[in-house]
Structures are given as C-alpha cells and as structure tokens.
Design a protein around this ligand. Structure first.
Ligand code: ATP
Length: 249
C-alpha cells in the first residue's frame, strides 16, 4: 500500500456530552484529492482543526510525513509543509498581491530572526512569491491591492500564498464557498492541477466540485466516518444516501 502523507488514527474530541469527533481514522495519499463530506454539524471543521493543530484531540493521533505531529503547534506543522487554506481569509486586504505572497514565503522560513534577514535573502523570498503568483495566473496583478481583486482571484491568491510554503499536503475548508458558477469552475480546475504538487484533504459542500475532483470521498456523520470510497461507490451507497445525500441527486 502507498504510504500515507497524512493520517489520523482514532481521533476523539468531545464538547461536554457531544462527541464532535468519534474515533476518526482516515488517510491522505500522494497525488490524491480526498474529500470529506457530511451534513452541517457533522464535525468536519473540528476534524480539520485537529489535523492543522488548532485544537488538540482528547484521544488519537495525527501523523504527517511519517512523524507523529499530534503534540506539534500549527506553526510547526506548517513549517513541515502542511498548508491550511480558506477557513478564514488571512489576506491583508490593503497590501498588494505581491506583498501578501512575500509575507507567506516569509512565514515559511524557520529562523526566529527572519525579520532581520539581509535584503539579499528578501530577493529570494520575492522570487519564490513571484513564482507562486505566476503559477496561479496572478503575476500580472502583482502590484494590485488585494481589495481590488475579484472573489475568485482572492481564492487564487490564497492558493499562491500556500504554495510559497512549498507544501507537502493541503487542508482546504470549503474553498468554493461564496464563489459563483464561473469562480468555482476556475478553482476546480486549479485544484485539479494542484493535486500533482501535493495531495488535498478537501472539505466542501459543493457536490459538483466534490464529484468532479475527488479520488476518494469519506462521509462524516455525527463525528464518525460512515463510508469511504470512490465517487461511484459513494454515489451508489444506500447508507450514504440515507445519511447524507438525501435528495441531492
Ligand atoms: N468550541 C466548541 N464548543 C462546543 N461545541 C462545539 C465547538 N466547536 C464545535 N462544536 C460542536 O461540534 C459539532 C461539530 O461542529 P463542526 O463545526 O466541526 O461541524 P461541521 O461539520 O464543520 O459543520 P458545518 O458544515 O456547518 O461547518 C457541532 O455540533 C458544533 O456545535
């Protein structure tokens, strides 16, 4: 079996009597998009926060690149190459596209004295930032202030900022939210290409995007994974239809 890039085993997170994560075991393999779907309140965000390190599980482990990272901070995981995007837009709206990308690249450097680096190093950061912008088709907007970008372009910039981290895996929480049809189609084709760079764990309500992109889908209901399979397997599963898809098709 291919070795997983990211893996959870038996994650449990409780809030009072509520088991928001109830023994979640799943993995993310090289080159894939693994989508996690489920009704509102199923525990998708709680799960992804445990993967990124924003909250600690009560039980269970998270392994990234073969290392147990359960006790590591979000920053330590990010420096290992775990990139989280889209939960809350972290862009500086009054700065330019390039300034945002440079800040992202700066965040990826590990020295605590990074703000005192000589100008020469800054040129490296700038090059890395420009390369990421070029790959997202934003090089022509490098000098544009972020608040002037369209919604879809901001999402592209968020991906570019994540790319400056030279990520080994992406965690994406509802990237299609708030995008119109054209915007989600554009982002869908970007994510489609991005999986070759690093696999993507994708939480998404837009089922068109999920069915178009996912190599595997896991269905989360009341904090438990009730099924994992290919798009066809999940579409055909009566259990999944009952639990989640309902009248979606
Ligand atoms: N900090 C918290 N304190 C108490 N309860 C919480 C907390 N965070 C989440 N919950 C509860 O845990 C459950 C799972 O929430 P979570 O946000 O993970 O679900 P979700 O699947 O991401 O939902 P949505 O699709 O609506 O974003 C919900 O019942 C929620 O009310």
């Amino acid at each position: 079996m291919t070795e997983a890039i990211l893996e959870t085993r038996g994650l449990v997170k409780t809030y009072g009597a509520l088991r928001a994560s109830d023994g979640i075991t799943l993995d993310l393999r090289p080159g894939e998009i693994h989508a996690v779907i489920g009704p509102n309140g199923a525990g998708k965000s709680t799960m992804i926060k445990q993967l990124s390190g924003n909250i600690a599980p009560d039980e269970g482990t998270v392994h990234f690149l073969g290392k147990d990272v359960t006790g590591l901070s979000t920053m330590a995981r990010a420096r290992m190459g775990l990139a989280r995007t889209f939960q809350v837009s972290a862009l500086a709206m009054e700065d330019t596209v390039l300034q945002n990308a440079v800040l992202g690249a700066l965040g990826a450097t590990s020295s605590p004295y990074r703000f005192f680096r000589p100008a020469l190093k800054r040129a490296e950061l700038r090059d890395r930032a420009m390369a990421a912008l070029e790959r997202m088709g934003l090089a022509g907007h490098a000098a544009t202030v972020v608040s002037e970008l369209s919604h879809g372009q901001r999402r592209q910039l968020e991906v570019a900022v994540a790319l400056t981290l030279q990520p080994r895996a992406f965690l994406m929480d509802e990237p299609m939210a708030g995008l119109g049809g054209e915007g989600s189609q554009q982002l869908t084709s970007i994510l489609d290409r991005l999986r070759a760079e690093a696999p993507i764990l994708l939480i998404e309500h837009d089922m068109d995007a999920v069915f178009a992109l996912a190599d595997r889908i896991s269905v989360l209901v009341y904090g438990r994974i009730v099924a994992t399979g290919t798009v066809d397997e999940i579409r055909r599963s009566p259990e999944v239809r009952d639990a989640y898809l309902g009248d979606a098709e």
